[in-house]
Design a protein around this ligand. Structure first.
Ligand code: SF4
Length: 676
């Protein structure tokens, strides 16, 4: 039961229907040349699925505050028009929408007219790889005024609330942190002056709107950087914001430059709730306990939100990516159909990694996200047709459910005894346990849609009569591991990555993994780190974060095995998204995994792998050698389909093994279902 989630709450003059806020996400839909059509469709679909209060992605309050070319700027009439359309769509669907007022500061790629970004002080950013220019006092005052103008624009556009973006290391947060505020004037020099900018921004916003208009402020609960805002100053800021008229405080965690992961799959769910609870306790102690506090970061199930809300020190929970993964997460959870929720697996591959560039944000487990107008999801009355999907990996499962949702008769044939393909195997990797939930969800959804899945059925020539009865086929037979031409590759202690993932316990204490892509890294992580994944408490303790302000280094873990990853090229972990690669590589280092790059393989012997590296020949000892040297497409069934004369589309690894990744696989499954 989700009794605490499904209770309304008043925020100033606004009653939100339940305690889940759809948190801000930058989507790269904001500046599409479609007058806000895709943006409006994206938000409206989530409201129809039960979202109550939606917070938009950040809208820059002036051109200098833009986070990049995909960010809308409130001074731009085209952006305001797109927002107006989004507001109308959300209201028509029965929801509430808040505009996030944003300024990137030193996280902007460049300042106005291509110049340097603006920030409190000229402190280089590793994230944006730019050195900002310190704002003049006039520019500071002008930016405060721009936030006020932004709030007026929000009212004029029909928004129900605004949220001031003051966390995650953006401009306002840059003023509060000693690291980035080196000023010694009215806006910096001591804690009180460092807090002046957020307070003045809030005052400007407050003064620009009616008293009953809700103003939310997203503050940083922990910067997680060296010389970040100390806890005492964070607590004081919360109290001062409440006193200055903030109607709710959302608590963000970490900066983009932080050495501590905050939203990656390796971070246990609910890890950061304690920071929001501390903010609430600080407010209570200062007599502002009625101001709602919103926890955020790393929740993907409503049951987790329920637990935190039941604890009493948090009033709402913001979830963002889970709404990408399943627009109906609220309604499905409300009716107890939790197992039918498409869980966000915290991969970041189609969302956060894209949001740093200009590619449209979407979702690995829900490739319709961001493309709602391109791919209708609901069954259409009177649709006829019978389709087969061959292969029940991620691409095939996506194609099958899409065809079935559209109202077609679908049947799935899979030669393995279980669905899910490589994705199911990946669920064994530390931090990826939720991958198994994705496969289970597909099984359940297909069963609900009446789609039979024939396991252990290898499609061949005997199936030609069956295939001739189809109106179309999606071929998603996936890949097989590539076996390199290497002396000794057929020795009994050499196995491919799929076998190693399927039965890691069968491997000895010393393992060499040949290959340096994402699969090799996952394998090394599994073989060296073992399971179970850490709890939230263990995660925080490993970063010395059990106290509010601590150092931020990862501690070494006892390795389960001695693992060496080697590759010919120069970089291990290519293909892993930028928001995740550094986290996994740090985990490998913490587990003592040896990384060898630029090696020339000579042969595999019973004792290990002989390589040439750094000018010499070396034997790297191993009890087992695992080949993670790429894949080959499996398209044998295409000949059968041609013989049957049935139209077909190829999706996933079967289409192109070299460019295979899970995001591409599900997107191709979706597209193939609409095209076939
Ligand atoms: Fe979650 Fe991955 Fe989808 Fe992003 S792409 S919303 S992290 S499942």
């Amino acid at each position: 039961m989700l009794n605490h989630v499904f209770r309304p709450l008043a925020i100033a003059g606004l009653t939100v229907p339940h305690r889940i806020v759809m948190g801000a996400m930058h989507l790269n839909l904001e500046t599409l040349d479609d007058d806000g059509a895709a943006l409006a469709a994206f938000y409206a679909e989530r409201v129809r699925g039960g979202a109550g209060l939606v917070v938009t992605g950040g809208s820059a309050v002036n051109p200098a505050g833009s986070g990049g070319p995909g960010y809308g700027v409130l001074d731009d009439e085209r952006h305001r028009s797109a927002l107006r359309r989004a507001v109308d769509a959300v209201h028509d669907a029965g929801g509430l929408i808040a505009l996030q007022l944003f300024h990137a500061g030193r996280y902007a790629p460049a300042g106005p007219d291509g110049g340097e970004p603006l920030a409190p002080s000229a402190v280089y950013s590793r994230f944006s790889r730019t050195a900002p220019r310190a704002m003049t006092e006039e520019e500071v005052a002008g930016t405060v005024a721009a936030f006020g103008r932004g709030a007026r624009a929000a009212c004029a556009l029909g928004f129900d609330a605004v949220e001031v973006m003051g966390s995650e290391g953006y401009l306002i947060n840059q003023f509060t942190a000693p690291l980035t505020n080196l000023r010694d004037d009215a806006w910096g020099g001591d804690p009180v002056r460092r807090r002046r900018f957020p307070i003045e921004v809030l005052r400007a916003v407050r003064a620009s709107v009616e008293p009953a208009f809700p103003v939310l402020f997203r503050m940083s609960g922990a910067d997680l950087i060296e010389d970040g805002t100390p806890w005492q100053e964070t607590a004081a800021l919360a109290v001062e914001l409440a006193a200055a008229g903030a109607d709710a405080l959302a608590v963000g965690i970490g900066w983009h430059e932080s050495p501590v992961p905050t939203v990656q799959s390796q971070v246990p769910a609910g890890t950061w709730a304690g920071y929001a609870q501390r903010v609430k306790r600080a407010l209570r102690a200062a007599g502002h306990g009625t101001v709602p506090v919103i926890a955020s970061n790393r929740f993907n199930r409503l049951t987790q939100a329920e637990d935190v809300l039941a604890g009493g020190d948090v009033d709402l929970v913001a979830m963002a990516r889970p709404f990408l993964a399943d627009p109906a997460i609220i309604d499905k959870s409300r009716t107890g159909a939790d197992a039918s929720v498409d869980l966000c697996i915290a991969c970041n591959e189609a969302c956060i990694d894209r949001s740093f560039g200009t590619e449209r944000v979407s979702c690995l487990v829900n490739p319709r996200a961001g493309h709602e107008r391109d791919f209708p999801a609901r069954p259409s009355a009177g649709r006829r047709g019978r389709y087969a999907v061959i292969g029940a990996g991620l691409a095939g499962l996506e194609a099958a459910r899409t065809l079935a949702r559209l109202g077609y008769k679908v049947e799935v044939y899979e030669e393995a005894d279980e669905p899910g393909g490589q994705f199911r195997l990946a669920a064994r990797v530390p931090g990826k346990a939720d991958f198994a939930a994705t496969v289970r969800q597909r099984e359940e959804e297909l069963a609900g849609l009446g789609v039979p899945v024939y396991l252990g059925h290898r499609v061949g020539a005997r199936d030609v009569p069956l295939l001739r009865a189809m109106d179309g086929v999606v071929l998603a037979t996936g890949v097989r591991p590539h076996r390199p031409e290497l002396p000794g590759a057929d020795l009994p202690h050499v196995l491919d990555y799929a076998r190693a993932l399927a039965d890691p316990d069968a491997l000895g204490p010393r393992v060499v993994v040949i290959g340096g892509g994402g699969i090799a890294v996952d394998l090394a992580h599994l073989l060296a780190g073992g399971l179970p994944a850490p709890t939230a408490e263990e995660f925080l303790a490993s970063r010395a974060l059990t106290a509010p302000s601590g150092s931020v280094t990862a501690s070494a873990r006892a390795a389960v095995r001695q693992v060496t990853v080697m590759r010919r090229g120069g970089r291990i972990g290519t293909g892993i998204g930028p928001s995740t690669r550094w986290v996994v590589m740090a985990e490998l280092r913490a587990c003592g995994v040896r990384l060898l790059t630029g090696v020339a393989y000579r042969e595999i012997t019973p004792e290990g792998v002989v390589v040439e590296a750094e000018g010499g020949t070396t034997l790297v000892g191993a009890d087992h050698v695992v080949l993670a040297t790429g894949q080959e497409s499996r398209q044998e069934v295409a000949a059968v389909l041609r013989e049957a004369g049935v139209p077909f589309e190829i999706a996933g690894g079967a289409a192109d093994a070299r460019a295979l990744n899970a995001v591409r696989a599900t997107a191709q499954g979706l597209r193939a279902a609409h095209r076939v």
